[in-house]
Write a protein that binds this ligand. Structure first.
Ligand code: ATP
Ligand code: ATP
Ligand code: CA
Length: 218
């Protein structure tokens, strides 16, 4: 059986999830209470329907009980987002992903049984901040409150040295898990691997250790 997805709220965030899932050939039910938004997605989603997701009966009639994964992408209306999540939880929807507007909203969503809470503006802001601080930090992914993965472009301090010479694990407590060079990617670099200028290092570690590494070598 094909997996069924639904996206509630077709703003920029929900809309782009809907487009991407459809592009990947997935079966997507798109819901918004705004008629114009729904019309915009008629040709994109499998079904696009005008509905208020806080209306339990309406969701039931649309077959939400049989949806495998629902993405709640309601924007500023936190009340509607919470109520929708509660209703979907009661339906026994297998997976519910909800977009949070702020930390308080996020906490409530976790308490009422959202399986996954996403915070795109905050996370993207953090990623961009790290690349603003250093133009050699190409990407930044938070694994937890304490641990991250960063993508760093090798400048002068890292170039023409091996991992042993740099002694990264011992000195900074972080691990180089991969080195990208042009189109090639080496996913388990040997200790004697030599880094060359503009290589992209993918490094995993605690934020504190990564920060020490960056101060010394980036
Ligand atoms: P953006 O990414 O553009 O900032 P957003 O995801 O933050 O968008 P909005 O632009 O506010 O949020 O879009 C949320 C969408 O959710 C709107 O199109 C709105 O009509 C829809 N929406 C809000 N409440 C409900 C509801 N109860 N039922 C269905 N759709 C809703
Ligand atoms: P360790 O006791 O730190 O694991 P080791 O005795 O296993 O080191 P090697 O694996 O040969 O020795 O590596 C020597 C040093 O080179 C390591 O201590 C570490 O500082 C650095 N190093 C090697 N590979 C990596 C890597 N992938 N990421 C970060 N540092 C590395
Ligand atoms: Ca918004």
């Amino acid at each position: 059986m094909k997996k069924l997805y639904a996206v509630i709220g077709l703003g920029r965030f929900g809309g782009s999830i809907c487009k991407e899932l459809s592009k990947e050939g997935k079966e997507v039910l798109a819901i918004d209470m705004d008629e114009d938004k729904v019309n915009e997605y008629k040709e994109i989603a499998t079904h696009a329907v005008i509905a208020d997701s806080t209306d339990e009966l309406a969701l039931k009639e649309l077959g939400f009980r049989n949806i495998d994964h629902v993405i709640v992408a309601i924007g500023d209306n936190i009340h509607a987002s919470i109520l929708t999540t509660l209703i979907l939880g009661e339906f026994g929807v297998r997976k519910i992903t909800v977009k949070a507007q702020n930390n308080y909203h996020e906490k409530i969503l976790e308490k009422i049984g959202a399986d996954e809470v996403v915070h795109p503006e905050r996370d993207m802001g953090r990623r961009i901040a790290h690349s603003i601080i250093s133009s050699n930090v190409l990407d930044y992914l938070e694994l937890s409150d304490e641990y991250s993965v960063v993508e760093i472009k090798a400048g002068e301090k890292l170039s023409d040295k091996t991992l042993i010479e740099l002694d990264i694990r011992k000195k900074f407590g972080c691990n180089v898990v991969a080195i990208k060079r042009g189109k090639d990617i080496n996913v388990s670099p040997m200790p004697n691997e030599q880094i060359i200028m503009n290589d992209i290092l993918i490094i995993i570690g605690s934020d504190k250790d990564i920060s020490r590494f960056q101060k010394a070598l980036v």
